[in-house]
Design a protein around this ligand. Structure first.
Ligand SMILES: Cc1cc2nc3c(=O)[nH]c(=O)nc-3n(C[C@H](O)[C@H](O)[C@H](O)COP(=O)(O)OP(=O)(O)OC[C@H]3O[C@@H](n4cnc5c(N)ncnc54)[C@H](O)[C@@H]3O)c2cc1C
Ligand code: SF4
Length: 502
């Protein structure tokens, strides 16, 4: 099957549907269209990498797999990284593969606030998620792959008396190498580059890698294709141009930051474009244990709790972090840093993700397609954030930690149990915390009102023909749970709706 590289001369192709982006939304839509017998082109900005070629270090992952080296940050009171991938398979390559169904209250909220959703959509999404769970081999982290950090988290939650669970993930027989964030070299994680992109090719589809789309081609208000120039994956040098014409439709699934920018730069007019950006910002607290924890052994994320999803609005999870990222969190240098890093085998990192209400915007710099994310947490969200830190600190001590390392500017490097209240009264200035945004929503939100939304309940861009958005950018609220399962289910529904209209 054709796989066109950036080195070749100008490429032109003709298909029924062209899909921009091969991540959670794009690949899910592409495979549905291809299975129905349509000729599909999947156009991906990032490079094709076999799992055996994935980097082994966090530095290598930033270089080879991340969008903009992971250097996109929120422009707001704090500069927090907005983390997404740029590789064949999108962020499914570097994520932890946690699969969790869309909570029922979300559909009620969407219907009430955005005029889409309700029980009808809920039933359709859950039916798709049941299929996805079978197709992507969703299973609970196997007992032998849990690792000590995950087991200690379960012990901490039990001691504090709140509900929690072993995580269910799109991973078939996880071997617990703790490498999910650098890509699963063992091919256990069912990322889209491993499962669906090859299937699209087997079904006669065309896959373009190293092919950032610069513009959706519009004829009047009808989308008829996409164009751009191939780009070298290492030097970022631009190469030959490409044009893919599509007779039946263009699906944009380039992520929360890139989809709105692509539509803006294509000339799509809509007041809500780039608005209503949301996220689940989060960070972690290290616990220091007398026993070796070896957090790099075991599933990257094996334990979670949704107990605090509604009040105060938090999800708690474990996360194994490689040594170089731990070094970036342990303040200091020289002998002092080496001494601190000497504890590496004894530390466990547990995180919270805030179900934040704050909204931001996506835009782009003048004459550039680089997204600009404007976002700052409001006072209520910072209070949630602070409560998350306190809960994690308490959990570590409940699990038997001798100290915690909270990583909050202005507080001591290490705290003992008697000092945990310092977290409850910790700073509310976001600049005092090192956090990241990995669950992103909005920018092309769906809704019934074209003045407050970009797409309708089937992903169609209001006022345009043949133009659908099928990624996390359509999600109009936060979810309070990990988003991939919701994104994939919506993308499948949108693709089926396109087929029904054809
Ligand atoms: C570290 C990390 C861990 C996570 N863990 C989980 C988890 O365990 N479970 C979960 O549910 N969620 C998780 N998430 C979130 C989840 O991975 C994302 O929400 C999801 O992948 C977003 O899907 P998407 O289709 O919107 O975008 P993506 O999956 O990011 O795909 C977008 C694709 O579009 C491509 N693209 C961008 N611009 C262009 C362009 N102009 N032309 C062509 N292609 C373009 C990108 O290169 C990318 O491949 C995690 C995220 C991160 C960063
Ligand atoms: S923990 Fe290791 S084996 Fe398991 S899915 Fe992640 S990278 Fe693959």
């Amino acid at each position: 099957m054709p796989h066109v590289s950036f080195r070749e001369r100008r490429f032109e192709g003709d298909v029924d549907y062209v899909v921009v982006g091969s991540g959670a939304g794009g690949a899910a839509a592409a495979v549905v269209l291809a299975r129905a017998g349509a000729k599909v082109a999947l156009v991906e900005a990032g490079a094709w990498r076999e799992p055996e070629q994935y980097p082994s270090s966090a530095y290598g992952a930033m270089r080879d797999l991340m969008d903009d080296w992971g250097a996109t940050v929120t422009m707001g009171r704090a500069l927090w990284p907005v983390v997404q991938a740029r590789t064949m398979g999108g962020t499914t390559v570097v994520n932890s593969a946690i699969a969790i169904r869309t909570p029922a209250d979300i559909f009620t909220q969407w219907e009430r606030e955005h005029g889409v959703g309700g029980e009808g959509l809920r039933d359709q999404v859950w039916a798709e998620q049941a299929v996805l769970e079978r197709e992507l081999c969703v299973e609970e982290v196997p007992v032998g792959s849990r690792g000590r950090s995950n087991e200690l988290a379960m012990k901490g939650a039990e001691a504090m008396g709140f509900e929690s669970h072993w995580i269910r993930r799109y991973a078939k027989g996880c071997e617990g190498t703790g490498q999910c964030l650098q890509g699963c070299r063992k091919r256990k994680k069912q990322s889209t580059n491993v499962v669906w992109v090859p299937e699209v090719m087997e079904r006669g589809g065309l896959v373009l890698s190293c092919a950032p789309v610069s513009r959706v081609v519009l004829e009047g208000r009808r989308a008829v294709g996409v164009e751009g120039r191939f780009q070298h994956p290492a030097t970022r040098e631009l190469g030959a141009s490409f044009l893919v014409r599509a007779t039946k439709g263009v699906v944009v699934a380039a992520s929360v930051t890139h989809s709105p920018v692509l539509l803006m730069r294509s000339g799509v007019k809509n007041r809500a474009l780039g608005q209503f950006f949301r996220a689940h910002p989060g960070t972690g607290v290290f616990g220091v244990y007398d026993e070796p924890v070896d957090q790099n052994v075991g599933a990257t994320q094996g334990w979670a709790s949704t107990h605090y999803r509604e009040t105060p609005g938090l999800k708690l999870e474990t996360l194994s972090v490689p040594l170089e990222l731990v070094a970036s969190r342990f303040a200091g240098g020289g002998v002092e840093l080496m001494k601190r890093l000497g504890q590496y085998r004894h530390v466990a990192m547990w995180c919270h993700a805030v179900r934040a209400e704050s909204t931001g915007t996506i835009g782009h710099a003048p004459f550039s397609s680089k997204p600009v994310v404007r976002y700052t947490l409001n006072a209520d969200d910072m209070e949630r954030f602070r409560q998350g830190m306190y809960l994690l600190g308490q959990m570590h001590f409940a699990a038997g930690a001798r100290a915690i390392i909270p990583g909050i500017a202005g507080l001591p490097f290490q705290l003992e149990a008697k000092d945990v209240e310092l977290l409850r009264n910790g700073p509310t200035d976001p600049r005092k915390y090192i956090a990241i945004l990995s669950h992103l929503f909005g920018g092309c939100v769906m809704g019934a009102d074209p003045t407050r939304s970009v797409v309708d309940g089937e992903g169609r861009v209001h006022g345009y023909e043949g133009l659908v958005v099928a990624d996390a950018s359509v999600i109009p609220t936060n979810l309070g749970v990990n988003p991939q399962h919701t994104i994939m289910a919506l993308a499948r529904l949108f693709a089926n709706a396109m087929l029904a209209r054809a």
